[in-house]
Design a protein around this ligand. Structure first.
Ligand code: ZN
Length: 386
């Protein structure tokens, strides 16, 4: 891979032919058409808050460094890898779309500056690293350079590495915050369209977790139908099985749950009733686990994080059980006491025992003193169904 450090490109050069899309809030092109400022993998311009964008101009006026900007060279053209926010702020200022406040607190566009300040802005050279390399090299570079500003998240990096028609089409569907489906999707998928969270989930689901291989294989495809179809199948399945839309459903592993359970029939009315009952059950402390618990036929109670016995209860039950055992000359673990081996008379220490539901929670047993017994570790574990 080749990297070149350029220090001869000025603000004036970069802003030559600057195009800004007001509607999408994106700086598109610069450097006389040779530079793509916002390639498809860049997130939307987030500096336009009247603070960060103004700070960029102030820095230039005061002669402060703007930090390193990274370009990727593709043939004889460039794409901004990092620095899009800063370049867009400069471009908007130079093309009269952004004003700063002067010493007297007055709004000033670039033409309102004195000639000296105006020249200072336009003649400021930028520090630009230009990188030319293969997919693999750029990927490695991404992982080693310390990108300035808001770091790209994982999916944003993958979109950069595998940029092409497939990513462009995917972004139109999954990264478009005006897509009317976002509202429905957001009940089950967490994050935002802008930061590529829906796109990330759609790719994870369709690829069964092998996102990189999938993106590489389909990089030049124009057709994203398989991704859309799979994503919609998962969403339709969840919203079909669970009539209730609850906040804890957001961000669950619906792709995996779909793979594991979509071939089974469910009675939607009883599913809904069980969801309500488990939500209302004071012993269920993990509501996020309710859905997988029901889908799996209510076998894996560990998903629900059933409330455990408190310390005071455990101490009282241990003291009582141990006192009785000593009087009878048997083990304080009732299961050991039944056996004919060396542990038949063993008195376990408190920290060698676990509290157990005599009647399991799943069979209606409560988490209170009357339903608590202490078992040795071994017997508690072998009892299983908690
Ligand atoms: Zn035991």
């Amino acid at each position: 891979m080749e990297t070149i450090l350029r220090t001869d490109i000025t603000v004036r050069d970069i802003c030559e032919g600057f195009v800004y899309n007001e509607l999408e809030g994106k700086g598109l092109f610069g450097l006389n058409g040779k530079l793509t400022i916002q390639p498809e993998y860049q997130r939307n311009y987030i500096y336009a808050d009247g603070k960060k964008d103004v700070a960029v101009i102030d820095s230039v006026l005061k002669g402060y460094p703007l930090g390193i900007i990274y370009f990727i060279q593709v043939d004889d053209r460039y794409e901004v890898l990092d620095g899009q926010q800063r370049i867009t702020s400069l471009g908007r200022f130079v093309t009269h779309k952004l004003a700063i406040k002067d010493k007297n607190g007055m709004q000033q566009y670039i033409d309102g500056l004195n000639a000296e300040d105006r020249d200072k802005v336009l003649n400021t050279p930028l520090l630009i690293y230009i990188c030319k390399g293969t997919e693999g090299e750029i990927k490695e570079w991404f992982q080693t350079i310390n990108i300035v500003g808001v770091a790209l998240n994982n999916q944003e990096k993958l979109n950069a590495i595998y940029s092409g028609p497939f990513v462009t089409e995917l972004k139109k569907e999954f990264s478009n915050s005006t897509n009317a489906n976002i509202q429905k999707w957001s009940a089950y998928v967490s994050g935002s369209a802008n930061r590529q969270d829906y796109l990330e989930r759609a790719l994870q689901w369709v690829s069964q977790g092998n996102v990189e291989a999938y993106m590489s294989k389909h990089r030049q495809d124009n057709d994203i139908t398989p991704v859309k179809t799979y994503f919609n199948a998962v969403i339709d399945w969840v919203s079909g099985v669970f009539k209730d839309v609850l906040p804890e459903m957001r961000g669950l592993e619906w792709g995996r749950l779909y793979e594991e359970h979509h071939h089974k029939p469910y009675n939607v009315t009883s599913v809904s009733q069980r969801v309500q009952e488990l939500y209302a059950d004071p012993y269920v402390t993990n509501h996020k686990g309710v859905f997988e618990y029901i889908l799996g036929g209510e076998k894996q109670a560990s998903l629900l994080n059933i409330r455990v016995f408190d310390k005071a209860t455990i101490n009282r039950v241990y003291a009582q059980q141990t006192e009785q055992a000593k009087a009878l000359g048997i083990s304080n673990c009732p299961d050991c006491a039944l056996k004919d081996d060396a542990n038949h008379t063993k008195i376990w220490k408190l920290n060698e025992m676990d509290a157990d539901h005599v009647t399991a929670w799943s069979k209606g047993g409560a988490t209170d003193e009357n339903n608590c017994q202490m078992l040795c570790r071994h017997h508690n574990r072998s009892k299983g169904n908690k």
